[in-house]
Write a protein that binds this ligand. Sequence first.
Ligand code: FER
Length: 233
Amino acid sequence: VTIEYESKTVGTVRKATVYLPPKYKANKKYPVLYLLHGIGGDEVEWLNGGAPNVIMDNLYADKKAKDMIIVMPNGRAQKDDRAVGNVYAGSAAFANFEYDLLNDLIPYIESHYKVLPGKQNRAVAGLSMGGGQSLNFGLGHMDKFAYVGGFSSAPNTKMPEELIPSVEEFNKAKTFLWMVCGSEDGLMYNSSRLKAYCDEKGVPCTLIEYPGEGHNFVVWKYGLYNFAQKIFR
Ligand code: FER
């Protein structure tokens, strides 16, 4: 379904797509995955291009994933949030989404759905710009998210030293950090740079290089299919 929430950050009413587990019951509580789109996308990019409903229903049928609420927001936190014109000019709005997500969207979701509390029940993952956002916001707020996924993360990804300034803090938080990127993707350096840093520091981090693929939904569907199985365990 499409939901609308009031954003104090942006000063508008903003849209997000929500996919509930098919057996969602109002007397149960669920963890939430915030699933973020790319630079040319919006709140329906995942639904149209990634078939998250089909992926999740298959995982649920095989009992390979925990029931979860998936929230697919619009990560371009500005008044006109449509993906029109020169989408690269909207990079600042992707950074600004940090505040919309934490201060507006998460409180809306947690007050309108049956949501389990705390960081152990919150994951953030995304594709490309959304992958960069997930790494930036997830690692920047390890008290809010226990699971962080970056799929083909874009140049908005912060430098590793900024993402994980303290190995001690990271290890204490036990944040689950998982990435995938197509081996032929020109943006691989954003993922491999963080992976190399983690390896050097002895920090647990996964980067899967999807063989032969570039910057596309083959990789992102694989990302969701695999990431969704590993979270909320
Ligand atoms: C860039 C190349 C790619 C960039 C962003 C992207 C902000 C994002 C791609 C995507 O989200 O698909 O130089 O700069």
